[in-house]
Design a protein around this ligand. Sequence first.
Ligand code: ATP
Ligand code: MG
Length: 404
Amino acid sequence: METPFDNAKPILEKLHIAGFEAYYVGGAVRDHLLNRRIGDVDIATSAKPKDVQNLFEHTIDVGAEHGTIIVLHNKTPYEVTTYRTESEYVDFRRPKEVSYITSLKEDLRRRDFTINAMAMDIDCIILDYFNGKAHLSEKLIQTVGSSSERFTEDALRMLRAVRFVSQLDFTLCPETRLSIKDHVHLLEVISVERKTIEIEKLLKGINHKSALEIILETGMNDYLPGLEMKQDELKKLRTYNLENLKTSEELWTIFTYCIAPRSVQTFLRKWKLPVKLIKAVEKNIEYLTVVNEQSWSDFLLYEAGIERAVTVERIRSIMTDPLNFDANVKRIKNLILELPIQHREQLVITGHDVIQYINKQPGPWVTKAIKEVEKAIISKKIENNKSAIKEWLMRCKLDFEQNY
Ligand code: ATP
Ligand code: MG
């Protein structure tokens, strides 16, 4: 079977032929050794960005000043990064300068954790200078070198450590754990965007429970948007089985609902999430709130639509009835499918028809009248056919004239 490495092999070959070193590095090597699904295959090379650009036909300059060029091969993008060290960090996040070097080992030394600091050559031989393999089998997250130094260089690494605890179901080695406690305040200067990526991966991980425990124990939540003083809420989140969630939207919905901020929108904006996602989460939370108070009605199901209703039910089940998760979700799907209509497009009449039947100047009353028709159809008072709707509307005419 073709592996993601096979697909990237021609890139290594081309670099070799041109006289450069090149290896697979980082997360892909780690995941290959763990037999996990491999994400992006990253490549480290002795070739400089200019050499890489000259050598390959399709490249994208995504950060040549940091040594990274994307090479497009068979329509797949590969990050090809020149061996480098990062010297003198400023503000606990940015290397002051990046220097290119000739040694793979030194390039691996700048990486965050031993399990992420291995390389693999074109023949699948692993180069492991920092005990990464041993730590993989011990299921241990340990920084390359002194944790204190590595976290002072780039404070985000603390959050990454906890993210890997969740994703891989690993534990932190004692030095790394203690060091997080000592340096947690440095997270203050890290950009929200970088934190958001890590938190999302953390919550999607298989052991978010341990990760949240570390966050609480180290007080990391005080440096995460909107999570200051939210210990009890995070403890609650720790008890939920999030692996049944399917999308980022569902994840942010349960997260936000559990944190219960005063304003959902302000909270999500703090995380700098896309507007579309914020709007969807706000809507989901509106439904969650109603359903948790008075359970689903036929009209609520219709209004939400099958996708949103299923999303909301998945979340509601995880929080209040996890043992019956599958049955609950199935029940909701069936209830919607049994409704006389599932969405507005199925309605046989339009606003024009309503105006004609009632014979009144157009206005906001039309929308209200249509909603009443929908309610009447959903509650099976009338059928979804033109003559039944017309007759019913005529009967209600007085009502519309007086109240709408
Ligand atoms: P994922 O599977 O989530 O992509 P990953 O380990 O590949 O995990 P990336 O963020 O893609 O993580 O980074 C690729 C590699 O770059 C890492 O494996 C690590 O070697 C190195 N790296 C990434 N971020 C840092 C950092 N902040 N400090 C040091 N090294 C890092
Ligand atoms: Mg990666």
